[in-house]
Design a protein around this ligand. Structure first.
Ligand code: HEM
Length: 403
């Protein structure tokens, strides 16, 4: 693959689905790990494919800022219609993140463990009810994390289908199949529905405080002032979206990897104490977030390559997570991998707020499923989503016998 082909593969959503993205990362990582790309339709950027470089950039949040270009989008597109944590820098980022950071700490989350387990059990019960072939992604893996995050946000069960639609439509993916599913005449219409829905939720929590995140945000203050409506909506938006696509991709991609590596599945069933390591490996293996971006705030260099002030760098997490300098046999799926410093949750100031929750959800799911799983086999081809940003499998047809 030539440098030009690699540049095109990094900016083509289909390339993730057909394997060119992964090949491009491998070629760049080996030959030009810090490479300036100028693909047509996009502002130029430096692609970073080595673990060490992605890690170093993320640790230096003053030298490499999130604004003004925190993710890869076409030159004529707005990276984010509403500002959220991922696009902020200090001091705003620090103050906004502090609002809910406590909620997502392991100690606080322990209080939800029972509830998450109950929802994991319900997902496995739903598998047990099915006898013929079915598509695991839309029917199970998309639903379960959405239910978890909605119950934390305070969205009632009856509204969850609508929230899935709204998040897919207003923060939707580049995949034409998803775009067709969620098509609206006016693209702002979905965003307005989202605005109306969460505005009402906020009004309700202001009048009747509860212990959910909606209430926390409605009453939350930054510099002594209540959050403005659009900042509140950005918060709901990022929690609702970051909270389900990613975890769903880990669970579906993890199950797919187990089906494709029956020896690993047998090993996990024989020793369930390996589930935490297996989940970590599934997160590395699937790396649901493909990239974020940072912009250099001063002239600097990476691996000897000058990066002028104002230039953007693309942090390619899937590539960092297959770096042969860090991982022993990186292309092997190994549920017992015990040295696994993957960067799937990022690093530094923006380190994924939901990392503990995501791990808890995935562990609960596999701990519920494995003892009840009698048989599982593919019932068609698995298909990856077309994306530049977040996602994994969009179809995983299976036939499973679950007790
Ligand atoms: C940020 C990955 C699950 C909420 C991030 C980042 C990554 C990521 C790569 C950016 C980190 C950086 O820039 O250094 C993942 C993966 C997940 C997952 C792979 C599942 C396996 C979740 C869940 C939530 C969540 C369940 C639930 C609420 C967030 C938020 C941020 C974030 C709010 C922004 C943090 C900030 O900018 O300060 N995530 N995430 N994520 N994630 Fe996750």
């Amino acid at each position: 693959m030539s440098a030009q082909e690699a540049a095109m593969a990094l900016v083509d959503p289909s390339a993730y689905a057909d394997g060119r993205f992964e090949r491009a990362c491998a070629v760049l990582r080996r030959h030009t790990p810090v490479r300036r790309m100028e693909p047509p339709g996009f502002e130029p950027f430096y692609a970073l494919t080595k673990h060490e470089d992605v890690h170093a950039v993320e640790r230096q949040s003053e030298l490499f800022a999130a604004a003004p270009r925190h993710r890869l989008v076409r030159a004529d597109a707005d990276p984010e219609p509403v500002r959220t944590l991922v696009s902020m820098d200090p001091p705003d980022h620090t103050a906004f993140r502090a609002l809910v950071a406590d909620w997502f700490r392991p100690r606080r989350l322990r209080a939800f463990e029972e509830q998450v387990r109950g929802l994991a059990k319900a997902a496995v019960d739903a598998m047990a009810e099915r006898s013929g072939p079915y598509d695991f992604v839309p029917e199970i893996s998309m639903q379960y994390p959405l239910t978890v995050i909605c119950s934390m946000l305070g969205v009632p069960e009856s509204d969850r289908g609508m929230i899935l639609q709204l998040t897919q439509r207003s923060f939707g993916s580049e995949d034409p199949e998803y775009q067709a599913l969620t098509a609206v005449d006016d693209p702002n219409e979905a965003l307005m529905e989202f605005v109306n829905y969460f505005s009402k939720l906020v009004e309700d929590r202001l009048a009747h405080p509860t212990d959910d995140i909606a209430s926390l945000l409605a009453h939350g203050e930054v510099n002594g002032e209540r959050l403005e409506l659009f900042d509140l909506l950005g918060y709901f938006g990022i929690l609702a979206t970051a909270g389900h696509d990613t975890t769903s991709s880990t669970i579906a991609g993890g199950l797919h990897a187990l089906i494709e590596h029956p020896g690993q599945l047998d090993r996990l069933r024989a020793d369930p104490s390996l589930v935490p390591l297996a989940v970590e490996e599934m997160i590395r293996w699937t790396t649901p977030v493909k990239s974020f971006m940072r912009t250099a705030t001063a002239d600097t260099e990476i691996r000897g390559e000058p990066i002028p002030e104002g230039e953007a760098v693309l942090l390619l997490y899937p590539s960092a997570n297959r770096d042969e300098d860090v991982f022993n046999e990186p292309d092997r799926f190994d549920i017992g991998r015990d040295h696994n410093p993957h960067l799937a949750f990022g690093q530094g100031a923006h380190y994924c707020l939901g990392a503990h929750l995501a791990r808890m959800e995935a562990r609960a799911f596999f701990e519920e499923l494995l003892p009840r799983l009698r048989h599982i086999e593919p019932a068609g081809d698995a298909e990856l989503i077309k994306t530049l940003f977040v996602g994994g499998l969009k179809h995983l047809p299976i036939r499973a016998e679950v007790a």
